[in-house]
Write a protein that binds this ligand. Sequence first.
Ligand SMILES: *[C@@H]1O[C@H](CO)[C@@H](O)[C@H](O)[C@H]1NC(C)=O
Ligand SMILES: *[C@@H]1O[C@H](CO)[C@@H](O)[C@H](O)[C@H]1NC(C)=O
Ligand SMILES: *[C@@H]1O[C@H](CO)[C@@H](O)[C@H](O)[C@H]1NC(C)=O
Length: 638
Amino acid sequence: MNPDLSPAPPSQPSHRRIFRRCRAVLRSIPLRSSILFGAIIFGSLVFYTTFLSPRGLLLRKPQDWHGLSQHEFLNPDLEYTSPLSTPTTPAEIPLPPPPPPPPISNVLTVEQIRDIVASTRGFFTRDYSLGLGWNNVRYILDAGVLQANLLNRTLVIPSFVYARGCLYNLSVCADYTTMVNKGDAIGWDEWRDLPYEQQMGFRIPITLMLDLPRLRGQYPIITASEYLRLHGQDPATESSSGFWSRDWYISNPNIFEPNKTKTPSQFIIENHWFDPTGTNRVDYIPQAMKSRGKWERHSEAEIGETAGYWPPEDPTDISNLLMSAMPEGRAVMDWYAAKGVLRESRAGLEVDVNDDNVVEGVLHANGWEVLHTFESVLGMEYAKTVVQPMRQVAPRSTIRGFIDDYYHVDADVVVLAGETHLYRKPGSILKGALRFTEEPARAKFASMVVHSFVFPPKVLDLAEDLANRMREINDGRLWMGAHMRRGDFIRLGWAMEPTPEAHVKRVKERLQIGREVLEHLSDLSTYDLEGAKPDLEQVTLSPPLPDDRFYVATDERSPEGLEAIGDAGAVLLSDLLTMEDRRAFGWPLMITDVRAIVEQAVLFHSGFFYGHAMSSLAGVVTNMRAARGADPRTMMLD
Ligand SMILES: *[C@@H]1O[C@H](CO)[C@@H](O)[C@H](O)[C@H]1NC(C)=O
Ligand SMILES: *[C@@H]1O[C@H](CO)[C@@H](O)[C@H](O)[C@H]1NC(C)=O
Ligand SMILES: *[C@@H]1O[C@H](CO)[C@@H](O)[C@H](O)[C@H]1NC(C)=O
């Protein structure tokens, strides 16, 4: 919206450059146990959220925070630039002294912040549960970008996130970035009984994980610390938990406000207003849909759960039939299920049920509407891919539009309270946190997720170099890669195989299938994604040979485990990284969460990818490979 204001206009879109070669097979393996897994994971999510109690989210007044960490950020906007060197060996080797505080770069002036906001109707923000891992935080963020955009507001995001681990002794990373006790910083108790190492985390600038200049070159976004500066408040008072401090954040006037007693007004969208049971939250209700159902705005000026209503309609035979086919506890069903119902009904004899337009007409005439969202991977929502569009149908009366309900709110700050992906039934966990009423809006969201919400250029550049090295190792042939999630998945009993030996054997068996796919690949296709063009290297480069080395991204850390994986022919991140890479990238490469995104970005380039359907990492890799133009057959998740 303010391209000239974006501090460092995004350089030539790097996705072109990032995306090179591969293919994928999204195998529809019958979902034997996926439903059970879904239930288990959902259960654990609920468990997780019990820690999200109001006590956990207690507003932290600035004076409460001082005990949190000894090393508060000096830099108000938490930008980082790489220091001169990074240890390449474990902690026993003497380290160079920590570098001086990084220079402030890419920091907006208050005038620039003011101008970004001036192009919109005000601020939109959410409670960001920073105790979640990065991949979950990013879903809250990308849904936030969508929601703020719908309301024509400037999104306020946290300026930092928490990383979970250091490659070396914690004290090594703590010399470079703020170490915190996660329980204190977030206000959750779930880590209290864990060993010291697992209680601690690192507060790192969000710009280490996300190309913020690029994203805000396209969407009006500021960080909470920028918001605070705009209101004359100390950026160091940013909420440590990601929770939007209801009082503190609106306690000071905007510094450009001549009336010094005029503090920002605030409107809270209560969490239970967002998608109460029995309703379907959508982006907006198009005019044609409003007319079909005679949607009316509530006459009273009161603003709350919803701003309008659908006058009751008499049920029809068809709407009754559809309703009786509705899955238990849901307010939406899949397009194909609805079509099946119509085919069986009397209407099925009268109209051509194979013609989608006809089906849609019948649905409309009977009080139902078509909604757009994304297919899940193997029936599970953990991978959160945006590459497979899906249609669903719902009774019109269940539909609530985000724009319709909240665009007219004219408070300075609009806050969507709490999480919209917790406490929900697994099937209702949505990409973007809502459904779309029109296909182009769905496509636009997918496009934002893969083209605008990307890793920082530094991560992508390093990953590209590493991918090129993988190719060289295999004499220029396509190379294959896999993700072996072990760490916490071992503890939870979700890892694919208990031992590293058995796990890497499984990987090799899957990659053997992958090699055959690559050998016979022709008639290239892509996922249904804006701007995706088939990556021709998939057919111009030679396919892998049986004994080719393959790349493995893993969080396995035990030396024996890593040795077993390497002995099987796998190349690991540490094998590809040189001392020059580490120096050029700097200390963040010691943070395991940053390494994890470098590994993901390496896998974007893989000729074939095998991953774990229950891991969100697989979803990120799928999305980005899709954007690169990888053939859907060149990927396998199970
Ligand atoms: C968003 O709001 C701003 C400020 O009210 C207005 O100037 C702009 O035209 C709006 N943009 C859209 C797309 O409605
Ligand atoms: C990490 O470093 C600290 C301080 O140098 C030391 O006290 C501690 O024992 C080390 N921990 C491990 C696991 O090596
Ligand atoms: C300043 O703002 C306060 C709070 O909004 C309002 O009550 C007051 O009337 C304003 N004063 C002037 C001079 O506009």
